[in-house]
Design a protein around this ligand. Structure first.
Ligand SMILES: Cc1cc2nc3c(=O)[nH]c(=O)nc-3n(C[C@H](O)[C@H](O)[C@H](O)COP(=O)(O)OP(=O)(O)OC[C@H]3O[C@@H](n4cnc5c(N)ncnc54)[C@H](O)[C@@H]3O)c2cc1C
Length: 414
């Protein structure tokens, strides 16, 4: 049996393996358990904890509230988090559209995990797989696993690293970091430090505001004027308003292009713009809109000089890249043996409506499911919708929209 991180020769079997124990993997596991509480599920992740990556991102960037409304979370029951917050008398964020606080979301996830019969994830990395179209043999860092089905919830992506940073990378510790690596709790006092934050989205804004609170002088450098939007994807994409036309588009490239355009670049909600007003008014944050860095050079004894497209220069002690990530299913080398059978456009596999990868009993979630679910596939909304469809495909039982009882058997289960 595979356990912990020790590689074992014994082969373990399971009905469904879920790779990735983030919000998407958790949603899949909870939906399968909702249909069949004794479902045989094995979850593997780099970490032996649920939501390790999610929790780390929120802790590192010191994010106090989610961006999405309270009905979006991994449970099959849309109002479960609302009921949880009410019953525990937890404080609400008080922000427009009622996004939950990070604290409430974390406590809620801990409770739904504890209430389920789910085991903790096995700390293992999915390394390669063989599919005979009916079943799978999965090679992991802790041993071999035979599974009837595999759900990929690993959020495969590549960080967007601008080319001008190449002259800075590896030159001084902490000089340039991607936003995902900036550990704000470790940087308790930033007084006297000049920090350039590249990007104009919510991550850039969180980092700017929190670094300014710790005493830094921040320059946010955004290549466009700041985009003020309540959500990262317009709500029309969560229902028929835009999805009907999207799904009717027969040209796959145009469909993917529409999804990319719908997400656009980064944006910030109005409440965050309001939160930036005070530190910008006091000069602790300067926002350089419609501005791009064209080159950078290390300065002595520390820091760097950034040259901007308007001819000005900015001296910084640190550069944080809030430049986002790009979905890339090809970055999952373990899938290479099956990806030959699947068309992929711009890193997005062309999956069917059950999110199945071609003829293989492999299902995908997260941004990788964009072709079938649209531009919000990577968000918590996408987690529930993908979990719903994959559960129906695996079990033949489709849950009702409220996630309770009332499930019915599909005519043609996959
Ligand atoms: C800072 C931040 C805030 C966000 N806030 C919101 C929000 O408020 N609302 C919203 O809807 N969305 C939000 N998102 C977007 C999205 O919901 C998150 O990115 C979310 O973490 C995606 O969940 P996931 O399960 O797909 O991926 P992850 O949370 O990244 O989990 C994937 C897991 O897979 C594991 N893994 C990777 N490769 C392997 C492998 N080969 N084998 C085994 N395990 C592997 C990783 O260890 C990881 O734990 C936010 C994103 C960020 C970065």
């Amino acid at each position: 049996m595979i356990h912990g991180v020790t590689k074992s020769d014994e082969v373990m079997t399971t009905d469904t393996c879920i790779a990735g124990a983030g919000p998407h993997g958790l949603a899949a596991a909870l939906h399968l358990k909702q249909v069949n509480p004794s479902a045989d599920i094995t979850v593997i992740d780099h970490s032996d904890q649920w939501l390790a990556t999610w929790n780390r991102q929120f802790k590192y960037s010191e994010i106090a509230t989610l961006r999405s409304p309270i009905v979006h979370h991994p449970s099959p029951h849309p109002y479960a988090l609302t009921d949880f917050v009410k019953s525990r008398e937890l404080s609400r964020s008080g922000l427009p559209y009622d996004p939950p606080t990070t604290e409430a979301f974390t406590a809620f996830c801990a409770e739904i995990i504890a209430d389920s019969t789910l085991s903790p994830p096995i700390a293992a990395t999915l390394e390669s797989l063989r599919s005979n179209h009916q079943g799978l043999e999965l090679e992991t860092s802790s041993g071999t696993l035979r599974a009837q089905n595999l759900i990929i919830a690993t959020n495969p992506h590549q960080r967007v690293i601008p080319q001008w940073t190449w002259s800075l990378i590896g030159r001084q510790p902490g000089l340039v970091d991607h936003a995902l690596d900036v550990n704000l709790p470790d940087l308790s006092d930033l007084s006297g430090q000049k920090i350039a934050i590249i990007g104009g989205g919510l991550t850039a804004a969180h980092l700017a505001r929190n670094a300014a609170t710790k005493g830094a002088a921040v320059k946010m450098i955004a290549r466009r004027p700041l985009q003020i939007r309540d959500f990262d994807t317009e709500p029309g994409w969560l229902g028929p308003k835009y999805l009907t036309k999207y799904l009717a588009e027969s040209d796959e490239r145009l469909r993917i292009q529409a999804a990319r355009e719908a997400r656009g670049g980064g944006s910030i909600p109005g409440w965050m713009r309001d939160h930036l007003e005070e530190p910008t008014g006091e000069g602790r944050i300067e926002i350089l809109e419609s501005t791009e860095v064209v080159s950078a050079q290390v300065t002595s004894p520390r820091g760097c000089m950034l040259e901007l497209n308007n001819g000005e220069t900015v001296h910084s002690d640190r550069v944080w890249l809030a430049t986002g990530t790009q979905n890339s299913i090809q970055s999952m080398r373990c899938l290479h043996s099956v990806l030959d059978d699947i068309p992929v456009i711009d890193g997005f596999p062309l999956v069917d409506q059950s999110l199945r990868l071609g003829p293989h009993p492999i299902f995908i979630m997260g941004r990788s499911a964009t072709f079938a679910l649209g531009p919000a596939a990577g968000n918590l909304w996408g987690a529930r919708h993908a979990a719903h469809r994959i559960t129906a495909a695996i079990t033949g039982i489709e849950l009702a929209p409220d996630g309770y009882g009332n499930s019915f058997r599909k005519h043609d289960s996959a």
